[in-house]
Structure formats: C-alpha cells, structure tokens
Design a protein around this ligand. Structure first.
Ligand code: AMP
Ligand code: FES
Ligand code: ZN
Length: 313
C-alpha cells in the first residue's frame, strides 16, 4: 500500500481511525501536527514556558520529551527513581542515555534517598503501591517545578490513557475525578504549577510507532507493581470497541472534552495530593514542607510520617 499523503513511498503506519496510512516521513508530519493541535486547542504551552517533562523511561514520556524539544520548547526531564529493584535502574539508564544523546542530563529524585522507596513505603504505610506511588510522584513533579523555576509540568499521558481513565470514571460515576480530568490543569499562586498532557490527541499505537521509527530506546517492561491495574481492563475494553468501530476512543474522549463545559464545572487548579473539600477556594501551605495543601500537612508529609512510624517495630 502507498502512503496516502505523498502517494510515493510505501506506507509503514496504518491508521484506520483516521482512514489513513503513512510512510515514515509523512507519519512524522502527521504526528507532529496532532501534538501541535493538542497544544494549541487548550493553550497548553507558550513559547516562553520552561517545561519540566516527567519521564518514566517508557515510550510515551520519552516521545513527549523528544517532540517538545523538536518543537523548540525549553525543556528539562525529571525522573523519579521509585526504588524498585532492577526496574527502576533499567528505566534510569534508558533516560540517561536518551538525554545524553541530546546533550541533556535528567533531574533525578531518588526515593531511596528521600526515605520513601515505593515497595517499603507501601508496606509500612499499609497502602497500595500504586496509590503511594501516585502521591509521591505528584508531590515531586510539583515541588521540583516550583523550586527550580519551571512554569509548567508535562506528562506523557496519551489518548488511550485518558479514554480508559474516562471510562473508569464514568462507570463508577466519580464526579470529582470527571471534573478534574482535562489535558490542562491551570496552576495557582501558592506554588501549584500548571500541569499539561500534550499527547492527549495521539493514541498509544501512534506514540509507539513514532518512538520506533525515531529509534528511541525505551523500557518495554511494565512496572512490576502495577500488574493488575484496573486501567488495563478499561484499555482492553476500549481496544475491542476500537477494533470493531475505529475512532470510538477519540470520539469518546474528545466528545467528553467538548461537552464537559456544559454539564460539569471546570475545576480551576492543578491537582494536589487531595481533592479540595467542597467549598474550599484556595489551598494553604503544608506546615512541614510548605507544599500546597488543603489540610494542615500535605499528603506526602503525612505519608512520610506513617512510613517513619512503620519503621519503628
Ligand atoms: P503512568 O502513570 O505510569 O502511566 O505514567 C504517566 C506519566 O507520568 C508518564 O507518561 C510520565 O510522564 C510520568 N511518569 C510516570 N512515572 C514516572 C517517573 N518514575 N518519573 C517521572 N515521571 C513519571
Ligand atoms: Fe507506580 Fe509502579 S507503582 S509505576
Ligand atoms: Zn508537606
């Protein structure tokens, strides 16, 4: 099959949801336009932004960093070393190699050094690994950005991630989560930095194809702690629908974004480690570390306290 854009080269990427197939060069143009359109649509980034790109070592976040650099944004990468034996080291190595090949060095937060490596922190606080991991990551994304003068935090969530999350939120009618689900969460005074998801228009398959064709070397293994994540079930369900009815995934998510203003109030600040209590207007600051919070101490400091207490047997 020939590329549907240039009609010369052989097509390398088949995109049924766009009724298209592209050769590598034309696919790069397509992908880049999708990301630019995603940024433009909700004014996610400004040319003068200093962007902190959160990189896990997986394909999405490395592709995100790659394309934001290509689009000319001022970026640095942040890697949170979760302290998971083997997996975290392999992820860190891929990120360091990727960054070095582009004349960069990632900012690394080592959770072992911070006293909260995920496996131990989960055990000691008697919480699910993924929930502890989410609290800790959100905390450091914001803290590193706020203390180092970044104007925005970018993550590699793609269309499949967002559509699966939306399906889960709808199936359980998580109203507060639905309100906060958006590619843009504006920042606020008090150290809450804007958060954006510039890959929200591109699918996981498109991101993987882009990474592969660009020769980006990423970790392919999943985090060993997230094997039974329910989000994978929602992704599977959507993949089945997508296979039978190409375009379903993007219609679901884009329709939600278009309609959400009509039936939900758009929450006006980036998420912190707790949902704002109803009626709360602005977050205050944590009595221990100064991070934004609606409580006396922030979610991270409360977790750290629990982990510390758990250590004393
Ligand atoms: P996940 O929740 O694992 O699907 O990751 C979603 C996004 O969060 C990724 O695309 C990254 O941008 C970011 N992220 C996940 N894990 C890390 C990490 N260990 N360090 C920095 N950023 C991360
Ligand atoms: Fe968070 Fe694995 S527990 S990525
Ligand atoms: Zn705190």
């Amino acid at each position: 099959m020939k590329c549907k854009r240039c009609r010369k080269a052989a097509a390398a990427v088949d995109l049924p949801s766009h009724h298209s197939a592209f050769c590598p060069d034309c696919f790069f143009v397509f992908f880049r336009r999708q990301v630019e359109e995603g940024i433009r649509k909700f004014s996610l980034l400004e040319p003068r932004d200093r962007v902190l790109v959160c990189v896990s070592g997986g394909k999405d976040s490395l592709v995100l960093w790659d394309i934001l650099m290509e689009l000319g944004y001022d970026t640095e990468g942040l890697y949170i070393d979760l302290g998971i034996e083997g997996y975290s080291d392999r992820s860190g190595e891929k990120i360091a190699a990727f960054a070095a090949s582009r004349g960069k060095e990632p900012i690394v937060v080592d959770l072992r050094r911070e006293g909260v490596p995920i496996p131990e922190a989960a055990k000691r606080s008697r919480k699910e690994e993924c929930s502890v991991c989410g609290t800790v990551k959100r905390y450091f994304f914001n803290r590193v950005a706020a203390t180092r003068g970044f104007t925005v935090v970018a993550t590699g969530h793609n269309l499949d991630d967002e559509a699966a999350r939306l399906l889960g939120n709808l199936l359980h009618w998580h109203g507060d989560h639905l309100e906060r689900q958006h590619p843009l969460l504006p920042g606020e005074g008090g150290g809450l930095v804007r958060k954006v998801k510039p890959l929200w228009r591109v699918s996981e398959m498109e991101t993987a194809a882009y990474g592969f064709l660009k020769g980006i070397d990423y970790v392919t293994e999943e985090c060993p702690m997230s094997e039974d994540a329910t989000s994978l079930v929602y992704k599977e369900a959507l993949s089945l629908l997508e296979e039978k009815m190409p375009g379903t995934r993007s219609r679901l998510y884009m329709g939600f974004l278009t309609k959400k203003g009509t039936f939900l109030n758009f929450l006006t600040s980036a998420e912190i480690n707790e949902a704002p209590p109803s009626g709360a207007e602005h977050p205050g600051t944590c009595a221990v570390c100064g991070a934004p919070t609606y409580a006396e101490t922030c979610g991270f400091c409360r977790l750290k306290e629990k982990v510390g207490r758990g250590a004393v047997r």
